[in-house]
Design a protein around this ligand. Sequence first.
Ligand SMILES: Cc1cc2nc3c(=O)[nH]c(=O)nc-3n(C[C@H](O)[C@H](O)[C@H](O)COP(=O)(O)O)c2cc1C
Length: 297
Amino acid sequence: MPESPCVIGNYSFRTPFFLASGTWGLGDTLLNYLTPEEIKASIGALITKGLSLEPMPGNPPPRLFETPCGLINSIGLENPGLKAFLEKYYPELKVLEVPIIFNLHGKALEEFYEMAEILSEIGEEAIELNISCPNVKEGGIAFSQNPQVVFELVKGVRAVFKGLLIVKLSPIGPVLEVAKKAEEAGADALTVANTYPALGVISYEPLQIIRGGLSGPAIKPLTLRLVFELSQRVKIPLIASGGIMSGKDALDYLICGAKAFQIGTANLIDPRAPIKIKQEFEELSQKYGRLLDKSSS
Ligand SMILES: Cc1cc2nc3c(=O)[nH]c(=O)nc-3n(C[C@H](O)[C@H](O)[C@H](O)COP(=O)(O)O)c2cc1C
């Protein structure tokens, strides 16, 4: 069973349930749905919307498309930029006294290093690197497709940032090699994983197609397998992200090797989902805890 509190690297979280990047906005609407007490009691960490050095406008609509058991999003990494986020949105989040993990993406290695330096200078303690974004210097191929580039990225960030460093893997490409390189370069934990590239036909007349990342229940069996495989290959903790909609989903990930759980698409359906998922998880853990202890011994 995960420790209570949940320990990752040198950091201790009150619960193993984190809010996944991009699925709870920039934080300004969180208190419309949850009280500060509920947030503190049920959410171990808030992972920010993906932030870049400069503001990004994102993609034109359509940006979201529902499939029978998943969601395709094509937000295009829209965000106000790290500095504006720190000024406008961060102060309200900080008072909640829940650890904040900064999810970062960049067009080049140097952008990541610069953001990590900014966060280090203001004493921030946790970063999650989104490596699924395009690397302009490599012709727009995602950082995640080249294990050596990931090594360089993590090494460079590690050199300027001493806090908790999480690498969020892409589920496609050389995932195991990338995970090993991230670990070797000094990552404290891995988030497994981001969305899966997908396409949806929205309408025929006019023809409207959306290309984006698939999330939600559809991806859970795929990401569950990744967690299982990675748990045998790397030593650093794994944080599961992929279709966690219920307490059982989280427990499945725990059994397959994850130490903490990110709630993503579930928030978009019901912003109070984290409370329910945590409660279900705790009930199931009580019921099956004895069996889980036996299977791990
Ligand atoms: C609308 C939307 C926006 C997202 N934005 C980001 C982002 O900015 N950075 C990031 O690393 N992941 C982003 N993600 C991926 C989620 O954080 C999560 O890893 C993924 O959706 C899988 O989990 P889920 O099936 O529980 O949603 C986004 C997902 C959705 C649905």
